[in-house]
Design a binder for this molecule. Sequence first.
Ligand code: ADP
Ligand code: MG
Length: 637
Amino acid sequence: MREGTAIVGAGNLDFSLQFDSQDEIGDLARAFDGMTEKLKLTTVSRDALVDINETLQAEIIERQQIEKKAQAQLARLNLLHQITRSIGERQDLRSIFQVVIRSLEDHLPVDFSCVCLYDQGKNQLQVTSVGLHSESLAQQLSMTQNTQVSIDENGLSRCVRGQLVYEADISKVNFPFPQRLAAGGLSALVMAPLRAESTVFGVLVVAKREAHSFNSGECEFLRQLSEHVALAANQAQLYTALQQAYDDLRQTQQSIMQQERLRALGQMASGIAHDINNAISPVALYTESLLETEKNLSVKGRNYLEVISRAIDDVAATVARMREFYRQRAPQLSLSPVNVNSLVQQVIDLTRARWSDMPQQRGIVINVHTELAPDLPDIMGVHGEIREALTNLIFNAVDAMPEGGVLTLRTSVVQDLLESTKEVILKQVHIEVSDSGVGMSDDTRRRCLEPFFTTKGERGTGLGLAMVYGMIERHSAHIDILTEVGKGTTMRMSFLVPTTVSPIARTPAAESVPTHRRILVVDDDPMVLKSLRDILEIDGHSVLSADGGQAGINAFNEAHERGDTFAVVITDLGMPYIDGRKLASSIKQVSPMTPIIMLTGWGQRLVDDGDSPSHVDCVLSKPPKLSELREALRKIL
Ligand code: ADP
Ligand code: MG
């Protein structure tokens, strides 16, 4: 029992005394064995404890691993959250991409990362953003910004179809794109599609040097991240599009307002022009006629008349110009090939007084330079109009340089090529007038094309640029104003170069002018009436004049009843009660073959507006020139 006590005491509970005597010792031994049995049931043996301990240890390690994973997951979630938040604050694509790439480089971390945009038409990727730390590697891989990457039949094509692609070791993938990255020492590659709605518009590329180094958690993270990035990028694009639409709308609104203003001012100017034309008609006709018919005028008288005649021409030209800027299109405008370089030379010579002599008197020097493109193609245009526009631009440039400076006239050809075939799709000639003068403020720049807008006070008319604008519109050309206060201004006119040059309009050879016809003249302005009658009579015609529409109709009908006919009727357009149109239609009803010439202070506009009265054979503007009148009669008769 002593030994037994020691064994059991050492923890071996499998021991028993097995002592069967029926005496007190036996009772004691049985009680001892009973105690060991009970102990066996209640106490765990040491071996069992060791076993349990080992299992517990294993469990702890497993739990620690799971916790580590959970922590990594949490860190990635945090990163995702942080990235999402900071891209949410951005509105432009590039800065969104930059944030994403930087965060991946710093926190995942990765050895290379970039974002490429996908061009579905070309089936190509374009590297749009490269990480700061990836820059040198990108150089080495020739994957810098704006590089085009064609899509081969490998992971890339799967990716642009919308799948996340993971290559654990690209050194074993024999396709150009993975090989390209492998050449830079990269091994593990993940490509995540950026998808808006159902279309993939880009790819997020990340890579590490060590093979098999992306675990499934990271792949899942990159997938989620790419979804967030795509969403933000899509929103940024929508935002930009919206902004663009808004800007376009504002611009359209402004240009409509501008057009309205130009139209209103144009109509006003046109009204004034009408009155002036009427007023100067008799003066013009008499002067011309006197100069032609009065052979024994004194030298002085002839001189005076010539001065008057020139002055009238000037007034007529100014009035015509006043109308010009508002004239929209001109179907009868005969365009002919214009050699811009020689035109520029001409204008420089013509304006010499303004940029050389006049400033020099004040001790100011303006240097004129030309930069004329050799082999400049001809443009189609109206020589006189373009010359006048250039003259105006030069005058403005000189005005802008009160202290002197440099005036440059530049011509150049600009071509747009079709990218695929290099075929010329658009060819333009640019004519630039540049000065180193005072420049324009924003407000002036916006308004300078308006008629009557001037910053020159009494000295300015505000008609110069309005005319230039009119010419530009009629030539379907374009004008750009590049200006900076204190630096100078460049006015650039762009003309389309036609592919085929239309033949030059020829003026018909002079033919003999008919004389001795019976002519009915109708006008409500007695001065115009008388002057017309007088000069027609000098040409040998017999003239009946009627002062107004109704009088005209009456005179015509009376003569018609007598069997008397007029060779031609010349009538004013605007008359009270019965105007030129009504008169014309009434005459044509009675005698459809009688030609009608209409004179109008509204000038060319009538014809241009497609408003030419149907019963009229020819429209002449006031003041009529003797030569024009004769030419019209010759054509009609
Ligand atoms: P005007 O010369 O009679 O003032 P324009 O229509 O030619 O009329 O020009 C309108 C305005 O545009 C000018 O008053 C001036 O303020 C501005 N401008 C035109 N050309 C220039 C230029 N080259 N440099 C600075 N301002 C200019
Ligand atoms: Mg001017």
